[in-house]
Structure formats: C-alpha cells, structure tokens
Design a binder for this molecule. Structure first.
Ligand code: SAM
Length: 271
C-alpha cells in the first residue's frame, strides 16, 4: 500500500484548511491516509502525489468536494443532546406570540445529513402546526446535503426519535426501501437544504433567524476561526432569538449581545 509522505500530508493540511478553515492535527496523518485510500483506488493511482495533482486542477471541483467530505466528521443523530430540544419545545410559545404574519425561521448551520433539521421540524410541527415556520440546513459537504434531501435513513436511526413523533411523522420503507424510513411530506416540505461554507458568508443577504443551531462544529476550528464564525452567526440572529451550541462548545465569550439562558443556549439581548 502506498505511503503518505510528510510533504504530501502538509499539502493535504493546507488544501483542507484553505477550503474548510479546519486544521488537521499532525497526529492525524495515518487516519487521513486511510480515509483517502479509497479515492486512490478509484482513480487507479499508486501514489498520493497523483491524487494531490488532480485535486489542484480546477477541472476537478467535484473530487475536491469528495475530498472535503471524506475528511470532515459527519456524526449526528436525531434529537442529539435532547435536553436542548426539550428546552426549545418549552419555550416555543414566545415565538407563537409574535405578529401573526411572522414566519419563524430556524437555521441548522452545520446540519450534516439532516437529522438535526428534521428533529427541529417535528417539534415545530407538533407545537405550531404545519405552517408559519421553516427550517434551513447548511453544510459544507455536498454528500451530506444530498443525504439530507433524500431523507432515507436506516430504520435503526428512528430509535432516537421520541415515540409520539415517530408515530406521527415517520414512514417505514417497503420494497426497495425495506430497512429504511423517511419523514412525511408535511415535515419535508418545510425543510430546505443547501451546501454552504460557514466561513464564506454572503454579506448581501439580510435574512435573520429566530433560532440558530450551531452545534458540534466549532470544536474543529481554531479559537480565531471560532470567533469569526460566531460573530457572523450572531449577526444573523434576530433580536430576542436563541443560539444553541453543542454541549462541548461552551465557547461564547466576549459577546455582550448574548445572554446565557441555559447550558449552551444563548439569547440575543442587544443588536
Ligand atoms: C459533527 S457534524 C455536526 C452535525 C450536527 N450539527 C449535530 O450536532 O449533530 C459537523 C458538520 O460540520 C460540517 N462542517 C465542517 N466544516 C464546515 C464549514 N466550514 N462550513 C459548513 N459546515 C462545515 C461537516 O461537514 C459536518 O457535517
């Protein structure tokens, strides 16, 4: 099996950081090589050098996406860190009481394969009905976004969905979809997915979100990049809106616009 040289690994580190903002630690060299071997086989390359030259060619943007997908961590599951969903459910009434024409906008900023988005949608539907809200999911990985859009999950993943929601919103696959499940149309039609890099914010858009989930992604960035991302995300949060971070990411400091209301949940209290 071909070896990844130190200079080859440095090349990968640079390329990956340039595109995602994430630094791959030096001790990850073997793990990185293992994740990429399949791509070398796919192209019949004996050498990492050939693969890296291919990635450097602008005509291989599709492969660059696969490279990013292979090296990012997509672990996620329905109702992950469930206490935050419980908290949201308890506090949704404050959003209900806004002007009737207001559509509640929720953003799952690094949504992986969509489980977080659909968990939010089930809660919103159960508490607010089928209209007046939307959930937007973004992720840098196009593969993850496609999985989210297709929404055919292994049936085992449904075990984490609370039973009343499972009964109300999940459909068991039959025939070619045996062993899988999907979400019903009332849920799917309120969920929108696009691939997007958190570090490349569109300055032009003025969309504000009432609720933002930015969970289990900041840990992959340096403190400087974390601050850059959190600053931009806060800018997108409506006054009075809530920001949810992952349980291991209690890293919102020096942001006077935010007030902590619960572990890893923050309210925007000034503009
Ligand atoms: C561990 S998953 C977290 C998924 C979900 N938020 C959760 O808590 O279960 C982290 C996700 O962040 C995405 N990601 C990494 N860097 C990103 C970036 N620069 N912009 C957008 N998404 C990114 C990865 O592709 C991955 O799907």
């Amino acid at each position: 099996m071909t070896e990844l040289s130190d200079s080859g690994f440095k090349h990968i580190q640079r390329l990956f950081e340039n595109h995602t903002g994430i630094q791959l630690a030096d001790h990850k060299k073997m793990a990185v090589a293992n994740r990429l071997f399949g791509r070398l086989n796919h192209f019949n390359f004996d050498d990492f050098g050939d693969y890296l030259s291919l990635l450097d060619q602008t005509s291989h943007q599709r492969e660059l996406q696969i490279f990013i997908d292979k090296l990012t961590t997509h672990e996620t599951y329905f109702f992950r860190e469930k206490d935050q969903f419980d908290w949201l459910e308890e506090h949704l009434s404050q959003y209900k009481n806004q002007e009737p024409s207001h559509t509640i906008s929720i953003w799952s900023a690094a949504c992986s394969s969509g489980e977080e988005v659909y968990s939010l949608a089930m809660i919103l539907h159960a508490n607010l009905g089928g209209d007046g809200w939307n959930v937007f999911g973004n992720d840098i990985s196009e593969v993850a976004i496609q999985t989210a859009q297709v929404a055919n999950y292994p049936i085992k993943k449904a075990q984490r969905i609370p039973k009343p929601y499972r009964n109300a919103y999940c459909l068991k696959g039959v025939g070619e979809f045996e062993g899988k499940f999907t979400l019903c149309e009332e849920i799917k039609r309120r969920c929108m997915f696009t691939s997007h890099n958190l570090l490349q914010f569109d300055q032009e858009t003025s969309i504000k979100f009432d609720i933002i989930f930015l969970r289990n992604v900041l840990i992959y960035f340096t403190p400087m990049k974390q601050k850059e991302i959190v600053d931009k995300v806060i800018d997108r949060l409506s006054f009075g809106g809530h920001l949810f971070l992952g349980h291991s990411e209690n890293i919102v400091r020096d942001h006077s616009e935010l007030e902590q209301v619960e572990r890893c949940i923050y309210k925007k209290v000034s503009l």
